[in-house]
Write a protein that binds this ligand. Structure first.
Ligand SMILES: *[C@@H]1O[C@H](CO)[C@@H](O)[C@H](O)[C@H]1NC(C)=O
Ligand SMILES: *[C@@H]1O[C@H](CO)[C@@H](O)[C@H](O)[C@H]1NC(C)=O
Ligand SMILES: *[C@@H]1O[C@H](CO)[C@@H](O)[C@H](O)[C@H]1NC(C)=O
Ligand SMILES: *[C@@H]1O[C@H](CO)[C@@H](O)[C@H](O)[C@H]1NC(C)=O
Length: 437
């Protein structure tokens, strides 16, 4: 009994000291309607998955080297404090950490406005995608669902899961295998059991109900305001000698597939090779650009436009690498642009605003390039220097909102809304609208 009292007193004094140190007072956030409860899950749903990072290597990437710093990865170099070797799949770990640091956490689920499920869905999917679970991949998620209903079921039942959310480091295509079809992926997003849950993902399907696309993690994670502005101010002053840049990220670009996306990539690759001097070709196959971001970022900084044709799937991490380096994105498919990232690039909800998008990006129809009615070079050379500068200014306004600051950021930087904060805002908004229906 006495022991408990002493412990309680120590804890109370500790919190009092924190309060005096201004740590809690530093947060200006109004917690009304913004309270998050973190659902307690057995470590097999998160921690164990993270430490099994090399389990399916070499069938797929060994994620162990990227686990450091709560999933941001190790620093690139001591002198470049904001840059890490980041693998975007580990956003599941990083996001979890950021939720744990969120100023409006609450211990009572009944009072929460949102319930976070710290389930690493992408890491868990590896056993279905690459392990011996492949023939039960239509069941992916059922184990978790059963857990949620067997333990403190009232947390789920209160709103049928519609106040729950989770984060995925993998694209929705990896989770939307129809139950009756033998195909790539698991059926996590096809399970009616999870239809009410909000799933944040780097890429959503065309008509998505559960999921919302949020930016991929890049390698840039500043710790204070000065570091951030030093970088974005520099991107403005760069001498961009290359008109356009194309990143080769999948090995099959050179193949002779009949897929439209492949034909498009081949046409662009050809244009890039024949216009040497105007076009920079960067090789990011394997994990070259995650592991050594320096030379890759250098190329981004010296190019005006970055070409983003759909690859294995419509979106890539390179879109955000480019935005952060001030390289104006060129899209070829609506699935790469206007169907994604509404919360972060600030489209009006549902109504896709192509006009807003065109203030900081270029759209060239995939069909026109494939049928050779236009060339990328023609379209881009017609855009005047003045217009290019205006677009880059618009792009610069969006940089903070698409990058993930370090979890160890200074109090001033924490007051600015980064990609995580905008995602959380979106989650609250969405849960609210759904509950009013
Ligand atoms: C916090 O927000 C709520 C509504 O969102 C508002 O009613 C309340 O006045 C705000 N409190 C403060 C201290 O700003
Ligand atoms: C696949 O499923 C069948 C039955 O449906 C089972 O007998 C077999 O062991 C499973 N294979 C693996 C690798 O789990
Ligand atoms: C999803 O929400 C609806 C409406 O609130 C509810 O009827 C349904 O049971 C929920 N689904 C699950 C699996 O709880
Ligand atoms: C960045 O530029 C802005 C104006 O555009 C300026 O106010 C600020 O001091 C600059 N910051 C750094 C760190 O260079």
């Amino acid at each position: 009994m006495a022991k408990i009292t002493i412990t309680t007193a120590v804890v109370l004094i500790f919190f009092l000291l924190l309060e005096l140190a201004g740590i809690y007072l530093a947060s200006p956030l109004n917690c009304t309607d913004r309270k998050i409860y973190i659902r307690r899950l057995p470590i097999r749903y998160n921690k164990v998955l993270a430490v099994s990072c090399s389990r399916y290597s070499p069938l797929t990437i060994n994620l162990c080297p990227y686990l450091h710093n709560s999933g941001l990865g190790p620093k690139v170099h001591d002198r470049f404090r904001s840059w890490h070797r980041t693998h975007h799949h580990l956003i599941e770990k990083f996001f979890h950490r950021r939720v744990q640091d969120y100023p409006c956490l609450i211990g009572d689920p009944k009072q929460a406005n949102a319930i976070f499920l710290p389930y690493y869905v992408g890491l868990d999917s590896l056993r279905f995608l690459y392990g011996d679970g492949w023939n039960s991949s239509v069941q992916h998620g059922m184990d978790l669902f059963n857990y949620l209903l067997k333990n403190n079921a009232e947390i789920w039942r209160r709103n049928g899961g519609s106040d729950h959310f989770l984060i995925s480091g993998r694209s929705s295509w990896d989770f939307s295998r129809p139950k009756m079809k033998l195909d790539w992926g698991t059926s996590f997003l096809e399970l009616p059991e999870f239809f009410n849950v909000t799933v944040l993902t780097p890429e959503s399907r065309r008509w998505s109900w559960q999921e919302q696309a949020i930016p991929y993690m890049t390698s840039f994670h500043p710790k204070n305001v000065a570091e951030f502005y030093k970088w974005v101010n520099m991107t403005e002053k760069m001498d961009r000698t290359s008109l356009m840049l194309f990143v080769k990220s999948s090995t099959d670009v050179d193949s002779s597939d009949e897929d439209v996306a492949d034909i498009l990539s081949q046409k662009i690759l050809k244009e890039c090779r024949t216009n040497f001097g105007l076009c920079t070709l960067v090789d990011c196959t394997g994990k070259k650009c995650e592991d050594e971001p320096k030379s890759y970022i250098h190329s981004l900084l010296h190019s005006k436009f970055c070409l983003h044709p759909p690859g294995i799937s419509p979106t890539t991490r390179q879109i955000f690498d480019g935005i952060i380096a001030g390289c104006i994105p060129v899209f070829f498919d609506e699935m790469t642009s206007s169907f994604q990232y509404k919360w972060h690039l600030k489209f009006p909800e549902k109504n896709v605003d192509q006009q807003l998008l065109s203030t900081f990006s270029v759209f060239i129809s995939e069909k026109d390039v494939v049928e050779e009615t236009v060339t990328v070079l023609d379209v881009l050379t017609k855009i005047g220097e003045k217009e290019v500068n205006l677009m880059r200014k618009e792009l610069k306004k969006r940089v903070f909102g698409v990058m993930y600051r370090s979890h160890k950021a200074s109090p001033e930087l924490k007051e600015m809304k980064d990609a995580f904060d905008l995602a959380i805002d979106g989650v609250f908004q969405r849960i609210k609208t759904r509950q009013n229906h």
